[in-house]
Design a protein around this ligand. Structure first.
Ligand code: ATP
Ligand code: MG
Length: 429
């Protein structure tokens, strides 16, 4: 007997019941993005491995231990399943010269892959909505991106998602802070864990992003990057805060918010819920002015964020949000060869008129088909037997309304009768 196959650990099927929540979420997200002028872009799921090493940084969790990298056995190319979308989006923007003459507001929705320990809210294949802007340097776009989050939580009916912001300054300011941070951490080197020791000289800022509870006190007392920011960086940060205050969006400044990717500068932010345990960050992002140039493009200011779709859907479900189950308007029941042929024609004709139709497939008695029609939730059954087929007619039966007689109609008159009825019942509501 052959062994049954299962999905890869940490990579989940989304079954129809659950997928209805995904569609509700995506519909809401697309119209929200449209209302802010964002346009879709679609990049490949596989990119050259060096792209991620250069963009995200060699000494980061993602590049050191989470990437699905492989060598294409056919041509020896080093490839990686994308762990995040910004690198690929920037590559595409440079490759197609999108930001040369105009600003761009772009978004994508799709799978990302990271080899992490699967747990609630953390998977090996997960989905992000990624939102990126190119060519806008001021604090206005940072603030707008943050405000967008507040609106989306509202649109999705979610509350209790709080905002943390910080500024990472510019590279020169970070270099000064880095020296101070290394000096401080050297004094406490005995208390650092292996990972922190390894990163002490390669990427000390990352140590502050640790999830190890034993290091929390040391990190809390470490020199703060914000104390090393110059006038321009502070003004940018103040500009962001001003817009948030004007909009009445509450935030906390978290000086230890450093983000797990190297490409950020100035504003960084995270939206966090306390309802998902340790996996509480549902949306995170910031400014990355150096990345386009770092990947070979012309210097282009840029800013973006990504949302974890699985985490947001878990929140939507917890909050009792229900997608409306899709219900056909009409279920077509038929028996006999001529009736089957007419049924196809009728179903397609009704769809031409914008009516949602479930055509019975798979045969069975009228009685069992009528049961299925009832169970489908359809407002009407259209019933075609050989008698009807021979005269080009069908029975129209209301399944959900009292006092509406079953009637026999010419098939060409069905759509109008159904639409009239639907308009009437809309008016009654
Ligand atoms: P975390 O600190 O939870 O590992 P991160 O900083 O690695 O998150 P980002 O790279 O900023 O995450 O990705 C943006 C968002 O994508 C996260 O805030 C989260 O909602 C989601 N996300 C990241 N990794 C995963 C994962 N393995 N499974 C599910 N969602 C994820
Ligand atoms: Mg992570």
């Amino acid at each position: 007997m052959s062994q049954t196959l299962q999905a890869v650990r940490g990579m989940n099927d989304v079954l129809p019941e659950e997928a209805a929540f995904w569609e509700l979420f995506e519909d809401t997200v697309r119209s929200w993005l449209k209302s802010y002028g964002y346009r879709p872009i679609r990049m490949p799921i596989v990119e050259p491995t060096p792209l991620f090493k250069r963009a995200i940084g060699e000494v980061t969790d993602i590049v050191e231990k989470e990437m699905y990298s492989f060598v294409d056995g056919l041509n020896g190319e080093a490839l990686t399943l994308r762990p995040e979308g910004t690198a690929g989006c920037v590559r595409a923007v440079i490759e197609h010269n999108l930001a040369a003459r105009q600003t761009q507001r772009l978004y994508y929705i799709g799978q990302m892959f990271r080899h992490e320990r699967p747990q609630k809210g953390r998977y090996r294949q997960f989905h992000q909505v990624g939102v990126e802007s190119f060519g806008i340097a001021g604090p206005d776009i940072d603030a707008e991106m943050i405000l967008m989050g507040a609106r989306l939580w509202n649109d999705l009916g979610l509350d209790g998602i709080s905002l943390q912001i910080n500024s990472l300054g510019q590279p020169a300011e970070r270099a000064q802070h880095r020296a101070a941070l290394i000096a401080y951490l050297e004094q406490h080197v005995d208390m650092l864990d292996e990972e922190a020791k390894r990163r002490l000289y390669t990427n000390p800022l990352r140590i502050l992003d640790t999830k190890n509870p034993a290091l929390q006190d040391i990190c809390a007392a470490a020199p703060k990057l914000i104390d090393y920011l110059g006038t321009d960086s502070l003004a940018h940060f103040a500009g962001v805060q001003q817009i948030l205050r004007d909009a009445g969006v509450h935030f906390t400044i978290n000086p230890r918010l450093v983000r797990g990717l190297d490409y950020y500068n100035l504003t960084v932010f995270e939206w966090v819920t306390d309802k998902l345990g340790a996996q509480g960050t549902v949306c995170a992002g910031g400014r990355y002015d150096g990345l386009v140039e770092q990947l070979g493009g012309k210097p282009t200011p840029a800013c973006g964020f990504a949302m974890g779709v699985e985490r947001l859907i878990a929140l939507i479900k917890d909050s009792g949000g229900e997608p409306a189950a899709p219900v056909p308007d009409v279920y077509v029941v038929h028996q006999g060869e001529a009736a089957a042929r007419l049924a196809f024609r009728v179903a397609e004709g009704l769809r031409d008129q914008g009516i949602d139709v479930l055509l019975h497939c798979g045969g069975g008695s009228f009685k069992s088909q009528m049961k299925k029609a009832d169970g489908s939730g359809a407002a009407f059954a259209v019933i075609i037997g050989d008698d009807e087929a021979s005269t080009g007619e069908a029975q129209l039966k209301a399944l959900r309304a009292e006092g509406v007689e079953q009637r026999k109609l010419k098939v060409d008159a069905l759509a109008e009768a159904i639409i009239d009825y639907m308009i009437d019942s809309d008016e009654e509501e």
